[in-house]
Design a protein around this ligand. Structure first.
Ligand SMILES: [Zn+2]
Length: 226
């Protein structure tokens, strides 16, 4: 690998790449096989999980780094095929990390073309709903645009990708992974409840009250204490 300005800045890159190494194994619990991916942003570059290798089979120095326009900057392993989706989201609203999974309950919603309504107050960790992004082939700019549009319209940090899976963003990888677990759990809850009847949804007023309580913990991710 040729050395360049970013590769010569080990502190800047090291933290993001080490975070990918630290949090990638969490994907194994969430998504079948090697179908998920994770990225961590540092300025105008991201460290992203490599494609085709187990989530615990690489070191920070292996982790690919790409610019927000998708240009390879460092790391010898081939980056995830979903880089265009990650960079498209980062260019739009600059979260700190993105998790993408084919986690089974969210992906069941994806096959039904269902968004996740506010059936439980924990949804406030990502917004008032998890919208459905229209289908587009994986790894395309079109998919990125659909995801960005759906999340922006709903004011949500997550989106269900039609006939595909789930995307969750966060200020840092810990929050993004944790919120991916929350959304997966809520999809399971919603589908179980829907098998018996029509789940009740929280009103905007009820959700606003929850948002105020969460904010009093100092961050949206304070849901574990709620
Ligand atoms: Zn995927």
């Amino acid at each position: 690998m040729t050395r360049d300005g970013l590769a010569d800045d080990p502190d800047r890159l090291r933290a993001a790449r080490e975070a990918v190494v630290e949090y990638a194994p969490a994907l194994a619990e969430l998504t079948p096989g090697r179908t998920g991916n994770l990225s961590v942003r540092d300025g105008d570059a991201i460290a992203v999980t490599p494609t085709g290798v187990p989530y615990d089979a690489f070191d920070a120095a292996d982790v690919p780094v790409v610019s927000l326009s998708g240009e390879r900057l460092a790391g010898w392993m081939t980056p995830s095929s979903e880089v265009p989706m990650h960079t498209g989201i980062y260019r739009h609203d600059r979260p700190g990390a993105i998790v993408h999974t084919h986690s089974p309950w969210a992906t069941t919603m994806a096959t039904l073309h269902r968004k996740l309504p506010p059936v439980h107050y924990m949804i406030v960790a990502v917004g008032r709903e998890v919208p459905l992004a229209d289908y587009a082939p994986y790894g395309t700019e079109e998919l990125a645009a659909n995801v960005v549009g759906a999340m922006a319209e709903a004011g949500s940090d997550a989106a269900i990708l039609a006939n595909h899976g789930l995307v969750v963003t966060g200020p840092d990888p810990e929050t993004a992974v944790e919120n991916a677990r929350h959304v997966e759990d809520l999809c399971r809850l919603y589908l179980r409840a829907s098998s018996v009847g029509e789940p009740h949804v929280l009103t905007d007023e009820q959700l606003a009250t929850v948002e105020e309580r969460f904010e009093s913990y100092g961050q949206r991710s304070g849901v574990d204490e709620a």
